[in-house]
Unconditional design. Structure first.
Length: 262
């Protein structure tokens, strides 16, 4: 993983950060990578179903004993769960600095199959509709802080430029590609409604150098990349105190943050 030592990460002012879908995969890796780079921040893990068997919180506390972590039940497909989480965080914290919309799903359903409509709608719901609902529910808490930032986990499949110019093989999940493209458009529209909030989409896969995914349950652990490497783009954007990278679609390639064409 690229080093964060080229910028003064640990001196950055303390932030309160919520990561959805933080119990495993990239969400878990993002929280680990952020805590490693910025132990002074406070991290809230949004977890679909909190139970005594959820080890994400205890693992983070053991790895970073000087950092503050908490977990909250947050099923992004449930309006009641979103409202309860927003109410709890509003009662607990003065503001929210960063919302990382990471929770996501995929499906292999294809048009023509019985499951197509239901599965496609489900993927759209979790990967796009829910991001709008979650972001809006936390908007008052985000705006209560100084420089609110919303980071959405997107995909190379969401880039119309890459879809039409790059050598992307057929996707394993058409609903997933559609949902991530819709997510990018959702983000651009939300940014127009809330110009004071920094909205960013990220591409976590270093696909240019060696195409593939991060090794997570989303792709049956067939990915070639380490989730911690995929998390680095989020680490960079959260640490961008100098505001070098504004609203946009970003990746971390060859040791630097680069803009991805929409
Ligand atoms: N892996 C890659 O190469 C790759 C590439 C580009 C983008 N991404 C994006 O990265 C994000 C994380 O993916 P991943 O690869 O880490 O997948 P993953 O290992 O399958 O993790 C997905 C996470 O989302 C959570 N989640 C799913 N539905 C949810 C819901 N309704 N409410 C709350 N949480 C929910 C899961 O919680 P449960 O454990 O409860 O199911 C899990 O924590 C996704 O948005 C994905 O599209 C991944």
């Amino acid at each position: 993983m690229a080093s964060t030592s080229d910028f003064d990460a640990k001196s950055a002012s303390p932030k309160i950060i919520l990561v959805t879908g933080a119990n495993r995969g990239l969400g878990n890796a993002i929280t680990h990578a952020l805590a490693s780079a910025y132990p002074q921040h406070t991290y809230i893990l949004g977890i679909r179903t909190l139970s005594s068997s959820t080890t994400a919180l205890t693992d983070l506390r053991a790895a970073f004993p000087d950092t503050t972590f908490s977990a909250i039940e947050l099923d992004v497909s449930s309006d009641a769960s979103i409202a309860a989480a927003a109410a709890h965080l509003t009662a607990t914290y003065p503001h929210l600095d960063v919302l990382v919309n990471n929770a996501g799903i995929a499906t292999r359903a294809q048009p023509g199959q019985d499951a197509w409509r239901e599965q496609c709608n489900r993927v759209l719901d979790v990967n796009c509709t829910a991001v709008g609902a979650v972001t809006w529910a936390f908007m008052p808490l985000l705006k209560a802080g100084g420089e609110p930032q919303v980071i959405n986990l997107s995909s190379a499949r969401a880039s119309m430029h890459l879809q039409t110019t790059a050598q992307l093989p057929p996707t394993a999940s058409i609903p997933y590609s559609v949902s991530k493209t819709a997510l990018n458009v959702l983000m651009l529209e939300l940014a127009k409604l809330e110009p004071g909030v920094l909205f960013q989409a990220v591409l976590t896969v270093l696909w240019r150098q060696s195409p593939g995914h991060c090794r997570t349950a989303l792709n049956g652990f067939t990915g070639k990349k380490e989730p911690l490497d995929g998390a680095e783009v989020v680490v960079r954007l959260v640490g961008d105190e100098g505001e070098r990278w504004g609203q946009g679609f970003w990746e971390f390639e060859d040791g630097e943050v680069r803009r991805v064409a929409w």
